[in-house]
Design a binder for this molecule. Structure first.
Ligand code: SAM
Length: 453
């Protein structure tokens, strides 16, 4: 059952197509994943998501939780329509190097992981989530993806005013009334009301207004929601154009993709309707900030969380990554962290202003002269593959469920456990015993069903 005024709105906006959309919303959602090309190439034979290089549809929904490759960040289970931001990024930002991208409403991290792959190792993604509980999930997914170029923050959008004109790209995947999720999430239908649509639209404007100053003139704003109504979609884009200096960006796109174009005060907008595309409901718009850069000073540092490490510690840490000459290592609290040298100054600036939950690669702690490696390092795409041990599916699953594994498989000391050539986590063998270095939040608690091929 759909709310009556939702149906009335759809009839008004879509005419005859409203019935087709409603029928699609009562059908089965498709299943799709996006591969992490730094760890694994897409499986052969899977159908491609047209607008995303590494997006693939699956014919059925496997029990992802039990798949060591899922736990190792080889792919992210992501709804296909939302992968469209890749196409917008490629067309509006292109091959620009050293991109600073803010993903303002980031949890659980679907788009963050995509952006972290797109900006590459000489760019940096600041992935922010205002809700504390959700920011931890975001940080875990960022670590699992292992790109090493993400700073996870837990701030209100208004705090980004301290990074004035700092970002090349700001992505606002706004909290919304969720009409596009009615097929996957029946609770969203119950929560929907006209008042809530108004509330969401007003909140989205506040968020956009708060963050606008953080985008540099000439920079790109990607605004998206997973809802169909104009109030949260086109009308907010119109409001942006009325109140701020915005310029349109043209996006090329084959018609056969089934994406429906619309326009708001000259800005190109894109609707994903489940009766036209294989994916859930989604809306996106992309525009450029106009105007000239203002001449302002860099923000005054409020804190410096980074301490230098003794040379001996740097040498020890260097041995654990594949390209140590391209990284810097710092002490933050009790842990040592690794950063790509090219973007460390950016990470530092963000860390001086905002509440950082995770950044770069958490390497672990040094005891005596030796590193006790953190799980984040095992999942880092550029971890040094020394002392690695390939194990079978049962052993990998037992490890992930924090059950005992056979000590004879490992050499004395720290080992990197691999499944199908991909790093899953650390174990430490001490004589006949194996200690797992897998943190509880990464453990599988409900290993019940087998995975499907
Ligand atoms: N971008 C995410 C992804 O691809 O996985 C999904 C983001 S979800 C659509 C919107 C997010 O905005 C939620 O995580 C929610 O907690 C957050 N949020 C809620 N209220 C907010 C506010 N007032 N300001 C900023 N973010 C907010």
């Amino acid at each position: 059952m759909f709310p009556e005024s939702f149906i009335a709105n759809l009839n008004k906006e879509l005419g005859e197509d409203a019935d087709r959309l409603l029928a699609a919303l009562d059908g089965e959602p498709s299943v799709s994943v996006r591969y992490n090309s730094a760890k694994e190439q897409p499986k052969e034979g899977l159908r491609k998501v047209a607008w995303c290089e590494y997006g693939r549809y699956l014919e059925q929904r496997p029990y992802f939780t039990a798949d060591p490759l899922f736990q190792a960040g080889c792919y992210y289970v992501q709804e296909a329509s939302s992968m469209f931001v890749e196409h917008l990024y490629r067309q509006s930002v292109g091959e620009q190097q050293g991109v600073r991208l803010l993903d303002l409403c980031a949890a659980p991290g679907g788009k963050t992981t995509l952006y972290s792959s797109l900006v590459g190792r000489d760019g940096v993604v600041v992935a922010n989530e205002v809700i504390r509980k959700r920011v931890m999930v975001l940080a875990d997914n960022v670590m699992r993806w292992g790109a090493g170029n993400v700073v996870v923050t837990n701030n209100d959008p208004s705090h980004f005013g301290s990074l004035n004109e700092w970002f090349d790209v700001v992505a606002v995947d706004a909290p919304c009334s969720g009409e596009g999720m009615f097929r996957k999430d029946h609770a969203a239908r119950d929560e929907w009301s006209e008042d809530n649509v108004k509330l969401c639209a007003a909140r989205q404007r506040r968020i956009l207004e708060d963050v606008w100053c953080a985008l540099r003139p000439g920079g790109v704003l990607i605004y998206s929601t997973c809802t169909f109504n104009r109030a949260e979609d086109e009308e907010n884009v119109e409001w942006l154009v009325e109140n701020f200096d915005c310029e349109p960006i043209h996006i090329d796109m084959p018609e056969e993709w089934g994406v429906v174009r619309s326009e708001a005060s000259g800005v190109e907008c894109f609707h994903f309707y489940p009766h036209c595309v294989e994916g859930e409901g989604f809306f996106a718009a992309v525009l450029r900030k106009g105007g000239e850069p203002s001449h302002h000073r860099s923000p005054k540092p409020r804190k410096n969380p980074f301490a230098d490490l003794p040379r001996q510690s740097v040498a020890e840490l260097s041995a654990w990554v594949a390209n140590p000459s391209e990284m810097v290592f710092k002490q933050v609290g009790e842990n040592c962290y690794g950063y790509y040298s090219a973007t460390f100054a950016d990470v530092r600036q963000v860390s001086e202003q905002l509440t950082v939950v995770h950044s770069g690669v958490c390497m672990g702690q040094i005891f005596g002269k030796k590193l006790r490696p953190d799980h984040s390092l095992a999942l880092f795409c550029e971890v040094n593959r020394r002392d690695d041990v390939e194990v079978d599916l049962a052993t990998a699953q037992n490890y992930l469920a924090r059950r005992d594994v056979d000590a004879n498989l490992f050499t004395e000391g720290i080992n990197l456990l691999l499944f199908e050539g991909v790093a899953v986590g650390w174990v430490k063998r001490v004589g006949g015993r194996v200690n797992s270095l897998l943190p509880k939040q990464f453990a599988i608690n409900n290993l019940t069903a087998p995975i499907l091929d």
